[in-house]
Design a binder for this molecule. Structure first.
Ligand code: ADP
Ligand code: 2DT
Ligand code: MG
Length: 234
């Protein structure tokens, strides 16, 4: 019908610590929403826009995703092959979102639902976790203001013990115990104050976690005013 043609897409963000199951759950959710008749795109940050046809294989290969000029700088920083000032890398992560902000808005307006694997919340939390005296959460949030605001943010919470069962740390810059502890605390801090966040217990089985996510997303979609335009982060 004419009405359903005007339905806007939904902006869904999935956040959480390393190995919480974000990428796996994004894939499951993409499948579910597609079956429900939504046109769905998966994107991740840091990275570039990927099509929904990208397989899990491609998603888990960071070198394939981080291919914009800014994405490449971030990739070499995360792999430890380049050094960056804390503020500078923070702004690059943010710029990496700004480079696709317009296309996100256009996609949503034209009816495509977008699932985003990490977003501004990882952005502020990982930077502020460095405990650099001039890089507070508040400072870190400023460049995010004006970016497309998610309709829902799914926060996949997991204990260090459960995460450890899913394999050891990789070799990337932030994959160490001390950093993960501070990141966990800061995620807690920001999500306590936030609206439109669903906290999911990601320590459960894949199936149980996907079921919780489906419930939260279905609820969000049913409440969504499809005539509204996407809001902005403020
Ligand atoms: P993230 O993107 O958050 O780092 P992944 O989706 O890559 O997490 O999952 C990390 C690892 O944990 C993968 O090997 C994945 O198969 C496994 N995994 C994901 N979710 C679960 C779960 N609910 N229970 C057990 N293992 C899981
Ligand atoms: P993955 O590719 O495994 O998701 O790890 N990060 C991410 C930041 O520091 N700032 C950001 O804005 C974003 C989106 C989290 C990517 C690493 O980069 C961190 C882990
Ligand atoms: Mg992942």
């Amino acid at each position: 019908t004419g009405l359903s043609a005007m339905r806007r897409g939904v902006l869904i963000v999935v956040e959480g610590l390393d190995r919480a199951g974000k990428s796996s759950q994004c894939e499951v959710l993409r499948g579910f929403l597609s079956e429900q008749g939504h046109t769905v795109k998966y994107i991740r940050f840091p990275g570039i826009q990927l099509n929904c046809i990208a397989s899990m294989y491609h998603w888990s290969n960071a070198s394939i995703d981080r291919t914009t000029p800014i994405g490449k700088l971030i990739d070499s920083y995360l792999r430890g092959s380049s050094h960056q000032d804390d503020h500078s890398i923070h702004l690059l992560f943010s710029a990496n979102r700004w480079e696709v902000a317009k296309s996100i808005e256009e996609d949503i307006a034209s009816g495509t639902t977008i699932i985003v694997d990490r977003y501004s919340y990882s952005g502020v939390v990982y930077s502020a976790a460095k405990a650099n005296p001039t890089l507070s959460l508040d400072w870190a949030w400023q460049p995010e203001i004006g970016l497309p605001r998610p309709d829902i943010c799914l926060f996949l919470g997991i204990s260090p013990e459960e995460a450890a069962k899913r394999g050891g740390f990789g070799a990337e810059r932030y994959e160490n115990e001390a950093m993960q502890i501070r990141v966990r605390e800061l995620f807690q801090t920001i999500f306590e104050k936030m609206q439109d966040v669903a906290v999911i217990d990601a320590g459960k089985s894949m199936g149980e976690v996907s079921k919780e996510i489906r419930g939260a997303v279905t609820g969000c979609i049913s409440r969504l005013d499809i005539t509204s335009t996407l809001r902005k982060l403020e």
